[in-house]
Structure formats: C-alpha cells, structure tokens
Design a protein around this ligand. Sequence first.
Ligand code: FES
Length: 173
Amino acid sequence: MIAPLLLQSKVMKEAGNHVTTVLGARSQEFLMMEEEANRYSDKVYIATDNGSKGYTGVGFLNELLKKEKFDHCVVMGPVVLMKDVSEITKPFGIPTIVTTTPIMIDGMGMCGVCRVTVGGKMLFGCVDGPEFDGHQVDFDELIMRQRTMLPEERLSSVLADMHGGCKCGRNKA
Ligand code: FES
C-alpha cells in the first residue's frame, strides 16, 4: 500500500514535519513510487523481503530506532508487516498507527465481518477504523480472520490467471 502511505508522507511533510519513509516490497520489481517517496520525505529507506534491493526485511528498523528519534509511526501494508513493525516500535514507545484491512461486506457497521479486537474491545474496521493503535490490535486474530476466505481467493486468482486477469500474485504462496 505504497500510494496511500505516500499521501500521508506528503501531508505530514507539508505540515512541517520531518518525514522518514520506508518503502517495502516483496522484491525489487514490486517496488514503486520511489521518486514520489524522495519528493515527500526527508529520508527514504528501501527494504525488500528477498534483499534484491535495500535492506532485507524489516529487522533493520530495530537499529534505525536506536539511532534516530521518531515521534510517530504510520504503517500500511500486509497485516504481518503491520504486526512486525508494531512489535518493533512498541519497546521504543513510538505511537504506531496501522491501517487494518479486514474483510468487509457492507462497510456500514451492520454485517460485523470486519471485526478487529483492539485493546480487548471488539471494533469494526469499517466504521471505527480502519486505522487503529498498532500496539493494541490483536493481529493474530486479524490474520486468522483474513484467512477465512483464502481457498476461495486462491481459486479466484487461478481463474483470473487462466483468463489473463490479475497478476498481483498475492495468493500464490
Ligand atoms: S463491513 Fe460490515 S460491519 Fe464492517
């Protein structure tokens, strides 16, 4: 979710903040919008899951947070990434906002499918979020809930590939 993250970087920069952006992707070919990241940030770090560009994974953030002071962190991306980054920022006491992506149906607070447990309370991603305090989100439950429809998503991906459709590769693991 690089595009919406950069929108936040842009707004924060325009408000006079010192902005550091970490762009991540599965591998180099999935990285995008580096130019925009440089435009809207004072510093940019790159990380890829396979190390094809920049740091490998998000482990480097531990060292970065020891060296530099951050007042606020915003994380967008896969739930596992949001969980990992929140676990890294928590001991440093850095307020961390995550943009959860629960499965949604009506988007109006009626069906309850987007439930996210935050600080022990059940909230709805569609009307209470989707941004929540990353140090309070029950990520393990969220991951389990997101996997509810995985077989159907994989089937849909296969069918889309057969018809020359979606090439995101999200469900090919
Ligand atoms: S999507 Fe139905 S309650 Fe949130």
